[in-house]
Design a protein around this ligand. Structure first.
Ligand SMILES: Nc1ncnc2c1ncn2[C@@H]1O[C@H](COP(=O)(O)OP(=O)(O)OP(=O)(O)O)[C@@H](O)[C@H]1O
Ligand SMILES: [Mg+2]
Length: 218
């Protein structure tokens, strides 16, 4: 049954030199599910996310989108949106400009449409008041929500977060949880990479536990 499987990986392998980082990994993800990838530093979590997003090439393995095989590096539309650990915001652009840049440049959305969409998403994430601020004026939690807004504006089918809670205090962690659950209700499929077992388990429908470096286990 591939009807509901927004993403399926089969026998994915990746090495850097002699280091076998991802070892025959298979997994599947249904639309609207949240997958937590939990495990120690150096285990290959970010590498896996970069492979799924097409930023890194797997040595071998197969990728399917609703049963149809595809090459993540060759896909033109945005299957996966990434929220990087350090957010990667442009320091010289305002929040609104950060959020609308890629939709205007890459998706060729006109300025007005991009701004309207940005307003909507900023409201949803409770950062409307920050539209004209610059990244240096924001707290870690605010920057993170800007990064989430920016990823959402590309309308990806799957949103990936790398260590979304590492820079946040406990009250903000609960806000992040709420954001994930709200997006889930809207049908967004999400992948959460985390060191934090409790958080990973609290948000996940499925857990991929990376036991030891180079040895992904389900
Ligand atoms: N481009 C690269 N070239 C060589 N080695 C790499 C490269 N990217 C990652 N590695 C190695 O692959 C292993 C997995 O790295 P990765 O960043 O995926 O780990 P991680 O699970 O995300 O760790 P952390 O929890 O610390 O972020 C590490 O040993 C790392 O040094
Ligand atoms: Mg990492």
């Amino acid at each position: 049954m591939s009807g509901n499987k927004v993403l399926e990986l089969k026998d994915v392998n990746k090495s850097f030199g002699s280091k076998h980082v991802i070892n025959n990994l298979s997994l599947s993800l249904n639309k609207g599910e949240i997958l937590s990838i939990i495990g120690p530093s150096g285990a290959g979590k970010t590498t896996l996310m970069r492979i799924i997003a097409g930023l890194e090439k797997a040595d071998s393995g197969h990728f399917f989108h609703y049963g149809q095989e595809f090459d993540p590096a060759m896909r033109e539309n945005h299957l996966v949106g990434m929220v990087f650990q350090d957010y990667n915001l442009f320091p010289n652009l305002t929040v609104e400009q950060n959020i609308t840049l890629a939709p205007i440049m890459v998706n060729k959305l006109d300025q007005k449409k991009a701004a309207d969409l940005a307003t909507q998403v900023m409201q949803q994430l409770e950062i409307s008041g920050l539209a004209k601020s610059y990244p240096y004026q924001l707290s870690g939690g605010q920057k993170q929500r800007v990064a989430i807004a920016r990823a959402l504006l590309m309308k990806p089918e799957i949103l990936c977060y790398d260590e979304p809670t590492s820079a946040l205090d406990p009250s903000l962690v609960n806000k992040v949880k709420k954001i994930f659950f709200d997006l889930k209700k809207k049908g967004v499929t999400q992948i959460v990479i985390t060191h934090d077992h409790d958080f990973g388990k609290a948000v996940a429908d499925k857990i991929l536990d990376v036991k030891a470096a180079g040895n992904f286990e389900k």
